[in-house]
Design a protein around this ligand. Structure first.
Ligand SMILES: [Zn+2]
Length: 123
């Protein structure tokens, strides 16, 4: 076992194959500490109105391109998993808006400029 970059790499003594604990996960080949990723997952999953890459950049203290990449990788992973499910039986539906709040406008007008989406869940 040895350290290559910021994450531990393991090598098989028989065939010298190298792998790491994050190989095959969406964290594969990341140079960031996993704690940054976990914080990002927490922030994104707790943000009721969605979280922009810019907000993520501020919370995590990383560059904008890094925040953008983290954001997109996590959203992609979540959408990939969601496609495994098909709703059935009694379904409850709710609506919401995304796109962040617009400054300078009245609340009602601001909302109309945001994207609307619907989500449903098995009851
Ligand atoms: Zn081996």
């Amino acid at each position: 076992m040895f350290k290559a970059g910021s994450h531990k790499t393991f090598q098989c003594q028989a065939c010298r194959h190298q792998t790491s604990l994050i190989a095959g996960t969406l964290f594969q080949s990341t140079k960031l500490p996993l704690t940054v990723w976990f914080l990002a997952i927490y922030l994104i999953s707790q943000a009721k109105t969605g979280l922009s890459s810019l907000a993520l950049k501020r919370y995590l203290g990383v560059s904008y391109p890094t925040a953008w990449l983290i954001h997109h990788k996590l959203m992609e992973a979540m959408s990939e998993r969601e496609t495994n499910y098909t709703l059935s039986g009694q379904i409850q539906v709710d609506d919401a808006y995304f796109g962040g709040e617009l400054s300078g406008g009245k609340a009602g007008q601001g909302l109309r400029k945001q994207g609307a989406f619907c989500c449903g869940a098995d009851a």
